[in-house]
Design a protein around this ligand. Structure first.
Ligand SMILES: Nc1ncnc2c1ncn2[C@@H]1O[C@H](COP(=O)(O)OP(=O)(O)O)[C@@H](O)[C@H]1O
Ligand SMILES: [Mg+2]
Length: 367
């Protein structure tokens, strides 16, 4: 069976790595010549709107998925007429627009920060009245890794914030003084079978995920699963869905969802019985889902911007190094390292060493 993937970055690469043992083949549609999934897959090098390339992809793939939310909706709809596209296009439409996404969360009685639609400076002023300050202005679409966002602390900063995000349709949301950020990776099969991974606790800095820790038996797990279950059912979802939450006390405020495999689930490659990548493939191909239990306490640290001394990383017992084959560039995710330990204290000690190696002695990038 051949899986088509829109996008040829590291998520496509890890999907392919998970799929080969199952006997799957992959074609990626991706405009960049040096796409990091390219060497592992059949690479259709064309724009996502290229009619001929879409036709070729639909012709050879038994099932199509995507690795990022910003694939043009028309391309997905067009493919969906010829071959199964999972997660379903309406889920993509809901998740790619922050206003629709948060509206849907609230319809399902899933808490969020207060938010308001922003179309211009006047509506931004009205939104500030409604939401209060401090607040975060975010573009409705196309944002990732903290891009397309501006924190507003005072009324005087409105214009600057509006210009800085490019004066495009946006939402304003209340700034949340959260205690923790957690995310839930869930998966639903074509038959409606559902499974959840243990929550991950996430640490961001400058809007970019730096580190995720798996949380076994966390008290917030049950509520997060209830919320995810509602969303999976509402969307008649197929594939992996990740939901990011801000936690305050017993409350989980949904921040955003990703209709795809997610960075905060990379620990599942070594830390769970079945990885999120394999389970996404199983789900979209109509296969039984695999066990989502963790095999120990896991920590995942992203390699961002520059490559640390990989020989030193590999010297760390039990460190699993994943390099994506991407050229280092400031703010760019070029790999990650995962540790899995039975003993949480041993994990902490090794994680500290790992972060020293990744960020330098002081661990500046820690948040
Ligand atoms: N309303 C908010 N209050 C506090 N922190 C926020 C808020 N929105 C975003 N952040 C911080 O910025 C990070 C990235 O924002 P997010 O909305 O998840 O966008 P992206 O699509 O770039 O991941 C979040 O994980 C969180 O750490
Ligand atoms: Mg996010």
């Amino acid at each position: 069976m051949r899986v088509g993937i829109l996008g040829g970055g590291q998520l496509a690469r890890m999907l392919a790595l998970a799929g080969y043992p199952l006997g799957l083949d992959f074609t990626v549609l991706e405009p960049a010549q040096d796409a990091c999934a390219g060497p592992l897959t059949q690479h259709l090098r064309a724009e996502y709107t290229d009619a001929e390339a879409l036709q070729a992809l639909a012709g050879e793939a038994d099932c199509i998925t995507y690795e990022f939310e910003n694939v043009p909706a028309e391309s997905v709809t067009r493919l969906d007429r010829q071959v199964h596209v999972y997660p379903p296009p309406h889920a993509l439409a809901a998740a790619r627009d922050r206003f629709l996404e948060k509206t849907l969360f609230n319809q399902l009685e899933i808490e969020t920060a207060p938010f308001a639609d922003v179309q211009d400076l006047d509506s931004l002023r009205a939104a500030v009245e409604q939401v209060g300050l401090p607040a975060v202005l975010k573009t409705r679409t196309l944002g990732y890794d903290g891009k397309g966002q501006a924190v507003i602390r005072e009324e005087g900063e409105l214009e600057k914030a509006w210009e800085s995000i490019g004066a495009v349709p946006a939402i304003l949301e209340g700034f949340v003084e959260f205690e923790r950020e957690v995310s839930l990776v869930s998966v639903r099969s074509r038959e409606g079978e559902v499974a959840f991974y243990p929550l991950a606790r996430n640490h961001h800095s400058e809007g970019i995920l730096r580190r995720s820790l798996s949380l076994d038996g966390d008290p917030a797990q049950q509520l997060a699963e209830q919320y995810a279950q509602r969303m999976l059912e509402r969307l008649d979802y197929v594939g992996v869905l990740a939901i990011e939450f801000f936690q305050i006390g017993h409350h989980l405020l949904a921040n955003e969802m990703a209709p795809r495999v997610h960075n905060s689930g990379h620990w599942t490659i070594e830390g769970a019985v079945t990885s999120q990548f394999e389970n996404h493939l199983r789900a979209i191909l109509g296969l039984p889902l695999g066990d989502t239990s963790s095999t120990g306490h896991a920590a995942m640290v992203n390699l961002i911007g520059e490559l640390p001394d990989t020989r030193e990383l590999l010297r760390l017992p039990g460190a699993h190094l994943h390099l994506y084959g991407k050229a280092p560039r400031a703010g760019r995710k070029i790999g990650h390292v995962t540790l899995v330990e039975e003993d949480r204290r041993i994990l902490q000690v090794k994680l500290q060493r790992l972060e020293e190696l990744v960020h330098g002695r002081g661990g500046e990038s820690r948040s």
